[in-house]
Design a protein around this ligand. Structure first.
Ligand SMILES: Cc1cc2nc3c(=O)[nH]c(=O)nc-3n(C[C@H](O)[C@H](O)[C@H](O)COP(=O)(O)O)c2cc1C
Length: 342
């Protein structure tokens, strides 16, 4: 597996979004193989769970994942500070505060996107988190992921004031999911498609505040789109496209950072030692293969690959042999170079 330790900590060009139920440690290890230079994010974990819950499970982290950020949810500065410290000591390279999740559960807990209404509280939280990490032997930045605003409020000044408040507390890096969150009437899923994207606000933020690092997120579906964003901001964060078409991550990593394009089959086989180690630890194959289903997305044999994995992975005793059978079903052996490097 390529070493990722050499990545400059402030190179934020490529990242994979935090996604609940999706970006667990198995998924992140797979993404790391595909994109040695990408910054990876955990699923959101509530600060309370970090401080009181099963840390071994919640903060599970494989050494190959670096650089990897722990995303926290919460709104109590002292609790967030404690959780940030625990996360940093567990090895995470960045602590990110979620100010973008619109779910009812999260609203009821007064965190996520509704925090955009409370810039002073977010600034307090970020300040407390930064202070809690100040004496660590390596710098662990505290970053924020937010939306453009809430509901039908489309005032750029309100968005910029939020950012300025939080930046004054010491946050230098903002991941901007470039649409509003509508707190009433939309499900979290609809909140990722219905409110219109306005990338120009993220671009303007970077233009007007060049000392901040701005990463744009939301609706980036192709390598061309991702590359175009880099003209305006420090980075592009991909969520659903990276998950459903993970080979896109590989193509972007090679295009932006150099290296040789590997075939899908080669990349998949690079995961084998990790999968076998997980199986030996008692992890069921299905917990890994669910993240692999999109590898041949849009390719000849992609459907067969998916089908073999989906049908076989939950069966008792399923092992790496199933992954090889799925690979064989794509016909990738014969056409590996031609079919996969396109
Ligand atoms: C299944 C799923 C789970 C998500 N969970 C989180 C989360 O835990 N924290 C967060 O900040 N955003 C979460 N998001 C939002 C993504 O991080 C991202 O902002 C959003 O999907 C837009 O980017 P995309 O269009 O590239 O997918 C989630 C998105 C999806 C699809």
């Amino acid at each position: 597996m390529p070493a990722s330790a050499a990545i400059a900590m402030d190179d934020l060009r490529l990242s994979v979004a935090p996604m609940m139920d999706w970006t667990d440690t198995h998924c992140r290890v797979f993404h790391r193989i595909l994109a040695p230079h990408a910054r990876l994010y955990t699923e959101m974990v509530h600060a309370n769970a970090v401080t009181h819950g099963d840390r071994a499970k919640l903060l599970a982290l494989d050494p190959v994942e670096h650089p990897v950020a722990l995303q926290l949810g919460g709104s109590e500065p002292a609790l967030l500070a404690q959780a940030a410290r625990i996360g940093a000591l567990a090895g995470f390279d960045e602590i990110n505060l979620n100010c973008g999740c619109p779910s009812d559960r999260v609203q009821a807990g007064r965190f996520g996107a509704c925090l955009m209404r409370e810039p002073a509280l977010v600034a307090d939280a970020v300040g407390a988190m930064i202070a809690a990490l100040a004496d660590l032997p390596r710098p662990v930045p505290v970053t924020v992921k937010c939306r453009l605003g809430l509901d039908d409020d489309e005032r750029y000044e309100v968005f910029a004031a939020f950012i300025d408040h939080v930046a004054e507390a010491g946050c230098r890096t903002f991941v901007v999911h470039a649409r509003n969150a509508w707190l009433k009437g939309l499900s979290p899923k609809e909140n990722r498609t219905v409110p219109p994207l306005r990338y120009d606000w993220a671009y303007r933020l970077k233009r007007e505040r060049p000392r901040l690092q701005v990463v744009v997120n939301g609706g980036i579906a192709t390598a061309e789109e991702a590359t175009a964003h880099l003209q305006h901001v420090d980075g592009a964060m991909l969520g659903r496209a990276a998950y459903h078409d993970p080979y896109l991550l590989h193509r972007l990593d090679v295009a932006w950072f150099g290296g040789t394009l590997q075939t899908r089959a080669e990349l998949l086989r690079a995961l084998r030692p990790r999968v076998e180690a997980w199986l030996a630890q008692g992890v069921a194959l299905k917990h890994v293969t669910r993240h692999l289903l999109g590898l041949f997305n849009g390719e000849r044999g992609g459907r067969a690959f998916r089908q073999v994995l989906s049908e076989g992975a939950h069966k008792p005793g399923a092992d790496w042999g199933l992954v090889e059978r799925a690979l064989a079903a794509t016909g990738a052996f014969a056409t590996v170079g031609a079919a996969s490097a396109a």
